[in-house]
Design a protein around this ligand. Structure first.
Ligand code: PMP
Length: 395
């Protein structure tokens, strides 16, 4: 047997992972993943993009590149930050990452010593917990309502614990709840964190998938002390398989981030970065995002209308104004993990909510994704879920 590190020994397949494996069967209507709709991937356009890259740049396009990222792509990202997220930054403030997942991993390595504390919304993105875990942090969940993290609670928690180094938040169309922070909350949040020596990780992969809400300034745009690191991603608006994300941060973090990233992968795919940059120059990215948004808005509406029709009255759900997920709340005594086998027997699946809480507990929730299923399957799947819920709750 291989002698593994202490951390490797903690990597175990959870019961939920085993259940989620079953959701991959084609007959299952799975609302479990977070996958974009593949029918909207611009495949024909990408063939022309690839040809244009080789014709323009030849072998340079597939040579090693700067760890910070491909210049033209960074320039586009700088403009994107200004146009979409109200952030005035220079290209030097940006590093391209291999998905925002890599940014989470590297930032946790830069900011956390073993046993220090990370604050999170409650619930929060499971993948962030996975990325932070190798630093053996403690997690404190900050009470969160439908307008975002509650600043008074945050202040109390920060005042009471000087081991807090990182606050990880998803203020737009959160994964898993779909909640978006109001502008007032964002301002109050910045006022609170400015009193403490902490770094905020603002994760925003869903910010451009907006249905019926005006743009709200990002936390990074409200940050006057360089305390916020912004993380963006092309996975939900373009092609997740290209693995393209980016960070915007203060010069000290950028410097260390680049040095650490050299150890991780030397740099993000030089060809992949060109694919995104050339696509943006050759085609209309904004029209592409509108197409995605229109489809997902329709699917959100169908899912929410179906839940209103088929779910028992005691079950509530969020009506997200953007993003890919809605969050369902069952009566407190009902365990969503325990109901999963019954759902799978009806060939329908969700992600039980417990895994989104870093300290466990709260099992009466589940997350539903609506971006990846055709409309008629959404209606049928929600109907089946409704039957399982009625059988469990009406008894
Ligand atoms: N953050 C959040 C909140 C996510 O939901 C995801 C993907 N599901 C990621 C980060 C990682 O995205 P990627 O690495 O594809 O950019």
């Amino acid at each position: 047997m291989t002698r593994l590190s202490g951390f490797a020994q903690t990597l175990k397949a959870s019961d939920i992972a085993a259940l989620l494996k079953l959701t991959e069967k084609p007959e299952v209507i799975s609302f479990a993943g977070g996958l974009p709709a593949p029918e909207l991937f611009p495949i024909e356009e990408m063939k022309s993009v690839d040809t244009a890259i080789y014709e323009t740049e030849g072998s340079k396009a597939v040579q090693y590149g700067l760890t910070e990222g491909y210049g033209e792509f960074r320039k586009q990202l700088q403009k994107r930050m200004k146009d979409k997220f109200f952030v005035d930054c220079s290209t030097e403030d940006i590093v391209v990452t291999t998905g925002s997942q890599q940014a989470l991993f590297i930032l946790s390595q830069l900011l956390l010593d073993e046993g220090q504390t990370v604050l999170m919304e409650s619930p929060s993105y499971m993948g962030a917990i996975m990325a932070f875990n190798p630093r053996w942090p403690k997690y404190t969940e900050v009470p969160t309502d439908e307008a975002g993290m509650i600043p008074e609670e945050l202040d109390k928690i920060l005042a009471a614990d000087d081991s807090i180094r990182v606050i990880y938040v998803i203020p737009e169309f959160q994964n898993p709840t779909g909640i978006t922070w109001s502008l007032e909350r964002r301002k109050a949040f910045i006022e609170v964190i400015n009193k403490y020596d902490v770094t905020v990780l603002e994760d925003n992969p869903y910010g451009e998938i907006r249905y019926d809400i005006e743009r709200i300034p990002s936390l990074k745009s409200l940050d006057t002390q360089g305390k916020v690191v912004y993380m963006g991603s092309f996975s939900k608006i373009f092609l997740p398989g290209l693995r393209l994300g980016w960070i915007v941060a203060n010069p000290q973090i950028i410097d260390k981030f680049v040095k650490f990233k050299q150890a991780v992968d030397l740099g993000t795919s030089t060809f992949g970065q060109r694919q995104a940059a050339y696509y943006c120059n050759m085609y209309d990215m904004e029209a592409h995002i509108r197409k995605i948004t229109d489809l997902y808005r329709k699917r959100r509406d169908i899912m929410c209308a179906s839940m209103a029709k088929y779910f028992p009255d005691s079950v509530t759900f969020t009506y997200p104004k953007g993003g890919l997920f809605t969050w369902v709340t069952l009566p407190e005594h009902v365990d969503a993990t325990a109901l999963m086998p019954k759902c799978l027997a009806r060939n329908v699946a969700y992600v039980p909510g417990g895994i989104f809480y870093p300290n466990g507990g709260r099992r009466n929730h589940f997350r539903l994704n609506y971006s990846n299923m055709p409309e008629e399957r959404i209606v049928e799947g929600v109907k089946r879920l409704g039957e399982v819920l009625h059988a469990a709750l009406d008894a």
